[in-house]
Ligand binder design. Sequence first.
Ligand code: NAP
Length: 281
Amino acid sequence: MRLDGKQVALALDEATARRCEKLKEEGILPRLAILRIGQREDDLSYERGALKRCQKVGIEAGVYALPGNVAEEELLDLVEKLNRDKAIHGVLMLRPFPAHIRDERVRETLDPAKDVDGITDGSLAGVFTGTGRGFAPCTAEACLKILEHYGIDPAGRRAVVVGRSLVVGRPAAMLLLHKNATVTLCHTKTRDLPRLCRQAEILVVAAGRRGAVGAEAAAPGQIVLDVGIHMGEDGKLRGDTDFEAMEPVVEAITPVPGGVGAVTTSVLAEHVVTAARRQNP
Ligand code: NAP
């Protein structure tokens, strides 16, 4: 069975649009600021997706595009301005920044209340403690939204997460733990990864390497969430799993495209509306 991210996104968007409408009735227009430096194709593609999603659910989104050689101080000034602007509820910073920009300095300038993609330490602390302060990184949360949509309760299940980045693997592991899964977090130093993966009832693959996990990691009954996005030589998108090899073995798997990636901007839109509500209790 395929877990269809588009269906999950559709359901999420409907709920977000309703919440957005309610805010508008109260005179609050949820607004997202997208901050982009330069013209990287990955950034432009994510930006297009985010703008489309916001428009669909009724969020107003604007792009602040800065030149690739922008000075760090100018960038910090803009972030501080966005922090102060009461009409803006969420800020999405497209990263990685160019090499001359100190990532941590800029990230940590952002007000965690507006950190709708969970990049600040404040947001990540909230993910760790489970207090829900700030926001979880959208991609990590998208994994949980897919499970929830399909009625798959992680409680008591063995979950294996491949990848420990702060953007996906680590927060996904924490979110699964909060849902009472028994979580194993794997990385490049993990010994016998296929054996650990085969024991997983829920397998989240965010290794950043095309086809890093294949048939040797698959087991009947497994739910597999493939977070990876890679452009194949044939121009088709592929994930971090060997989808063709795993699909016949496992219980359910997300395709690429149309899986986790399809849900990410829906989570972003939900976060913007939540931010707008929190800022206008
Ligand atoms: P990343 O920063 O490169 O991290 C990759 C992680 O996977 C690292 O922790 C690395 O371990 C581990 N790893 C790499 N190869 C491995 C292997 N063979 N076995 C075990 N662990 C391995 O990547 P990321 O930013 O987390 O992104 C992961 C994937 O998700 C990428 O394909 C990216 O394109 C995709 N992504 C998708 C979305 C979306 O919206 N769907 C959003 C963001 C990212 P070490 O720590 O030991 O190096």
